[in-house]
Design a protein around this ligand. Structure first.
Ligand code: IMP
Ligand code: MG
Length: 183
């Protein structure tokens, strides 16, 4: 695995530190709402890439919360967006009146998230915010209001810490650029 990586962008330690900062910020931002509502926030992860980020993020948020999962697909097994979004798995819980935080692994074109946010908004939650670990600096990025951003990253194909290429490399503890000859 490691030999397919051209360059490490964010180390395991850097990621842990940044995730903890985001968790602390979320704890601060939602403490009053959770106290007032008497119910916790709902963390929604977009499978499969964001599951690792959400698992780590959840453990840095010091408030009651639920974890739920959605699977949508905008990519095939390759490296380019197809622009086609499908719901493969829906949430298990009702989110009406709840505070939702969507955890995303990476925002590229934003196609996936635009669709997801529209879909979630139609269920009348109390609020929706987005926490993305990475945001690519791309020109065609949709105007998405993203409250929590881990790192800005270059417009290269990257893997690790949940991000895959053809379902591989998700278990790398760091985030790195894949060697072009691999894909
Ligand atoms: P978007 O709809 O173009 O924003 O793509 C979002 C999804 O594409 C992410 O949730 C990832 O699963 C995948 N993706 C985008 N860029 C990369 C990358 O560089 N490496 C791995 N997956 C990526
Ligand atoms: Mg994904």
């Amino acid at each position: 695995m490691h030999e397919d990586i051209q360059e490490v962008l964010f180390s395991e330690e850097e990621i842990a530190l940044r995730v903890a900062q985001i968790g602390a910020q979320i704890t601060k931002d939602y403490a009053a709402a959770v106290e007032r509502d008497g119910q916790g926030i709902v963390l929604v992860s977009v499978l499969r890439g964001a599951a690792i980020f959400m698992a780590d993020l959840a453990r840095t948020i010091e408030l009651p919360l639920e974890m739920d999962y959605m699977a949508i697909s905008s990519y095939g097994n390759g490296a380019k967006s197809s622009g086609v979004v499908r719901i493969l798995k829906d949430l298990s819980s009702e989110v009406e009146g709840r505070h939702i935080i969507v955890a995303e692994d990476i925002l590229d074109s934003g196609l996936t998230l635009t669709y997801l946010l529209k879909n979630l908004a139609s269920r009348n939650p109390a609020s929706i915010e987005v926490a993305t670990l990475l945001r690519k600096k791309t020109l065609e990025q949709a105007k998405i209001d993203c409250k929590y951003i881990g790192f800005e990253c270059p417009d290269q194909f990257i893997v690790g810490y949940g991000l895959d290429f053809a379902e591989r490399y998700r278990n790398l503890p760091y985030i790195g650029v894949l060697k072009p000859e691999v894909y």
